[in-house]
Design a protein around this ligand. Structure first.
Ligand code: ADP
Ligand code: MG
Ligand code: MG
Length: 913
């Protein structure tokens, strides 16, 4: 919607605002104004499909009401005008005693939202008009059934009467009559029920059920407006990150009746199977029923295919309409319909929700049918869906016992023994047990327990709760807010509905993709999509399923479209080979720190403690061949593709023993009068190197400048490894990356030394080595002086993790667990800036550094190697700012490839997600 020109948004031109649209006036692109339901009712009306006439009150009217507590003054007249028109068209008046027009009042926001007001059907019925309806329909039972439904729905949703009271009265009426289902109640029974229902309303709401039809309608409209702000609706919006200021539209739709006997009924349908994508006849139908009866499980529905036998004419027409809708929306649609005495009416349609697997299958099916092209197919799937398909999952064929369901907060399938506190989680996991940490909700004290657990289950909190935020950050499976499960941490047990109790030590399985919680160990099966990426299953092979085939094709579309290249963050040959299988076009970040741990740590210790140049050189000389071997293996695995090696980055003390442990050891030795000289020296060094804020201390290029010979040893290892690969007829493409540079001078010094080493290796081996030298841009100062830095750098790689930490001035390890939940809940950010790049802050530095860097050096190569490189939304941003590649963990590579393809082919304004 163009914000400036739209009369609805310019507050002072209130007279021009139109608050009510007839179904004939709207269309599917007006979801902001008419809500999803209203926009699609209008679209179907204009397609010439049989939609009962009606009109839609806009979200703008709702917003005025929510802001001021009053409906806009003009609304009443506008509603009257549209109601008049409707009455003229239908040839009867709302609630007219001898032949009443009846309507439904239906909520409908832009996004479908549980927690919003339920629809009220049959508005316009009263003690007088119920008789007229009976006469007109020639069916007294039908009229009283409709009336009791009105009082029930109106009482519950508009007047806030406890719905169980009506249900109980209905049950009592059936019991008195000794019948099983409501259709067996006769007119006289229903008439009595109406009297009972009216009494319930009077008692509970303190007022009579309103007999004036227009009053019924107005009250219902207002109740829809109010329902925007129910607690449930607000909670849902917070969880789904739907803005709170959209408001809801209200649809007023003339009634058609599925409860007029066996030649009438109501149903739901899908144009294809939302679980598999298969085209066919999917849905349910219920004869002699109204509205939600079909999904409420009050009577047994029949599969939609049965309708062909029940009412062939309507069935054929419905099939035709389904085809029309698919060809029009070019997608899977779901549908609500009603048949009134052999006449078919369409009551709702929308582009239907589907599983991740079905999304891929449907997209390729639609391409094959010639309905959409490859670029559009890419818009029909998401990286998040692909990621979901790549998690191992529970075996669908396994016998399971579901305990309950919560919010799917962080995907994956986790199995383990139930523990109810972090201490036990840590203790048990140390002794090799797999555990699921179950808490009512988690807090920062639970962090270690969460790390130790396979998965986390909470009974409170939504997608932004502590458990959810931290688990997502760790990539750990999490189900949160499973409110139906009662967690008792004192007694260390969990009680599920029905009384099943899970005690500490019992096995449970949690599915972070569906939110389901199971008792016992559910077998986990590998994802066929991962099998495919691993090369263990081939698209087109006999045993390849349709899903693998579809993923294969969509990935090919993405690879054809994308401009961004995708590299992997990998530091060993094994990860590099896997990344290659997953489609990596090089390594964007090889961290060298792990190469200094394990057996080699002692050598590093000696290097740090060295008193003399000679001693230092000896340690370096011992490290050199080990480093070189690492690189030879890596270059071989990535032969022909670029490998960016980052020189040592973390604070040195990470390679030294823990200060407390060492102090204790030294103190004990001293008390035995047997101090170990090496320990003493070590302790001194550890003290000397101890930092208050290691993240901002001696690390990265600063280390290289302070410890003589460290970086040159690494450069030599890289150069010699490259020369060796060349000698073996390989094609090594190493790039040397300097971390944590803040100013060009740092880079110049390191560069000069590196160039010299490379020249020496070239001379010694007689091989020409073209080793690019570049830098990470991960400090604000580096980004701000990118133009200068580019003079000494052949490439930039944005380290967006550290850049996020330094731009915001917080350290991830400290803040994610402590206050991110509060920030997310207060809406300070919609999503953690470590998950999705903060475009306004961190992103704007990236943007300006790209520009300045390229101004200095037009052929500067630009990439990103933070975790954001595998995040869908961030990938779109990196595409847009013109980076050459993104680099992410091997497992995220397919997601990055797909999103890069989507970014390159997205046409703004596409209707799909
Ligand atoms: P929801 O948003 O829950 O889908 P709807 O507004 O679609 O609610 O209405 C609830 C039920 O009532 C649906 O089964 C719908 O088809 C039915 N319904 C709504 N309006 C009418 C009408 N005018 N005539 C007959 N049935 C209707
Ligand atoms: Mg509906
Ligand atoms: Mg960094």
């Amino acid at each position: 919607m163009s914000e400036n020109k739209d009369p609805h948004l310019t507050g002072n031109a209130v007279e021009d605002v139109k608050f009510v649209y007839d179904f004939t006036e709207g269309n599917k692109d007006l979801k902001d104004l008419l809500g999803g339901k209203g926009a699609n009712l209008a679209e179907m009306t204009n397609l010439g499909l049989p939609v009962p006439p009606g009109f839609t009150i806009t979200t703008e009217a709702c917003k005025v009401y929510l802001d001021s507590g009053e409906a806009p003054a003009a609304l009443r007249d506008e509603v009257s005008a549209h109601l008049d028109a409707l009455e003229r068209r239908m040839g009867k008046k709302l609630g007219q005693a001898d032949d009443p027009l009846l309507v439904s009042v239906r909520s409908g926001a832009k996004f479908s939202m549980p927690g919003m007001m339920d629809t009220v059907l049959n508005i316009g019925l009263s003690d007088a008009s119920v008789k007229g309806l009976a006469k007109q329909a020639g069916d007294e039972r039908f009229a009283w059934d409709s009336y009791r439904r009105l009082i029930q729905m109106f009482g519950k949703t508009v007047l806030d009467v406890d719905g169980d009271l009506f249900e109980d009265a209905l049950e009592a009426a059936k019991a008195a009559k000794k019948v099983e289902v409501d259709t067996e109640l006769e007119a006289a029974d229903l008439k009595k029920l109406v009297t009972t229902f009216k009494k319930i309303v009077k008692k509970e709401a303190g007022r009579d059920f309103p007999q004036d039809p227009r009053a019924q309608m107005d009250l219902a409209i207002r109740a829809v407006f109010d329902s925007w702000n129910t607690e449930r609706a607000k909670l849902y919006r917070r969880q789904e990150r739907i803005p709170h200021d959209l408001g809801t539209a209200v649809n007023v739709c003339s009634m058609v009746f599925g409860n007029l006997g066996p030649d009438s009924g109501t149903g739901v349908a899908f144009t294809r199977d939302p679980a598999s994508g298969q085209q066919g006849v999917y849905g349910d139908y219920l004869q002699n029923a109204q509205g939600e009866d079909v999904v409420a499980g009050i009577r047994n529905t029949v599969p939609l295919a049965e309708l062909e036998r029940i009412d062939k004419k309507s069935y054929d027409q419905l099939m035709q309409i389904m085809e029309t809708l698919e060809n029009h929306y070019l997608d899977l649609c779901d549908i609500e319909f009603t048949i009134e005495r052999g006449t078919l009416w369409m009551l709702q349609t929308r582009v239907g929700k589907r599983t991740a697997g079905a999304a891929f299958r449907i997209a390729t099916q639609l391409v094959d049918q010639g309905l959409i092209d490859e670029a559009e197919a890419l818009q029909r799937v998401t990286g998040a869906q692909l990621a979901q398909l790549m998690f191992p999952r529970f075996d669908e064929d396994a016998k399971v016992r579901q305990l309950g369901r919560g919010i799917a907060a962080s995907p994956g399938a986790a199995v383990g023994k139930a523990v109810f506190d972090s201490y036990t989680a840590i203790k048990w996991s140390r002794s090799g047990e797999k555990v699921i940490l179950i808490r009512r909700e988690t807090n920062p004290d639970d962090l270690d327990g969460m790390i130790a657990a396979e998965g986390i289950l909470t009974s409170r909190g939504g997608k932004t709760s502590h458990a959810a935020v931290v688990a997502r950050g760790m990539g750990k499976t999490c189900v949160c807010g499973a409110e139906e499960l009662e967690v008792d941490t004192k007694r260390r047990c969990l009680t599920a509905p029905g009384g099943v109790v899970v005690e500490e030590g019992d096995l449970v399985s949690i599915d972070g993709s569906s939110g389901k919680v199971y008792l016992g160990e559910v077998p986990v099966v590998p994802s066929p999509v991962v099998e495919y990426f691993e090369g263990r299953m081939h698209a087109g092979a006999d045993d390849a399923d349709e899903l693998v085939e579809a993923v294969h094709r969509i990935m090919a579309f993405a690879d054809r479209k994308r401009r961004l290249r995708v590299r992997a963050n990998a530091d060993n040959a094994e990860d590099a080979l896997r990344a290659r299988r997953f489609g990596a076009q090089g390594i964007g970040l090889c961290r060298t720190e792990h190469m200094f741990l394990g057996d080699r740590r002692e050598l590093v210790e000696r290097l740090i403690l060295a008193d003399s140049q000679a001693e230092r050189e000896e340690s370096l000389a011992q490290l050199l061949p080990l480093q070189k071997r690492d690189f030879v293996e890596l270059f071989e695995a990535m032969d022909g593709l670029p490998v960016t090696v980052r020189l040592l980055d973390p604070p040195l003390h990470e390679f030294l023993p823990d200060i407390t442990e060492l102090s204790v050891r030294v103190a004990l030795a001293e008390s035995r009068k047997d101090p170990h000289e090496n320990d003493l020296r070590l302790l001194q060094a550890v003290h000397r190197l101890h930092e208050q804020n290691p993240m901002l201390g001696l690390r990265g290029v600063r280390l290289g400048l302070v410890i003589p010979g460290l970086f040159t040893m690494q450069v030599r290892a890289i150069a010699e490894a490259a020369a060796e690969r060349r000698a073996a007829k390989g094609d090594p493409r190493a790039e040397i990356m300097i971390p944590l540079v803040g100013t060009v001078q740092e880079l110049e010094i390191v560069r000069e030394e590196a160039d010299q080493v490379i020249a020496e290796v070239q001379a010694a081996t007689g091989t020409e080595l073209r080793l690019a030298i570049g830098t990470m841009i991960e400090l604000p100062r580096a980004a701000l002086t990118a133009g200068q830095i580019a003079e000494a750098a052949e490439f930039f790689s944005f380290g967006t993790n550290d850049l996020t930490q330094t731009v915001w001035g917080f350290s991830r390890d400290d803040v994610e667990a402590s206050f991110f939940t509060a920030y997310l809940e207060k809406g300070i950010f919609g999503v953690s800036p470590f998950e999705t790049i903060d475009q306004d802050g961190v992103g704007s530095l990236v943007r300006s550094a790209v520009k300045a860097g390229r101004e200095t050096r037009p052929d500067l190569k630009l990439g990103v190697c933070g975790e954001h490189g595998g995040d869908p939304e961030s990938v779109h941003f990196f595409h847009e700012v013109g980076l050459d590649y993104v680099s992410c963990s091997p497992f995220r590579i397919p997601v990055a490839r797909l999103e890069a393809g989507r970014a390159a082919s997205s046409s703004r304004g596409s209707d799909h997600r």
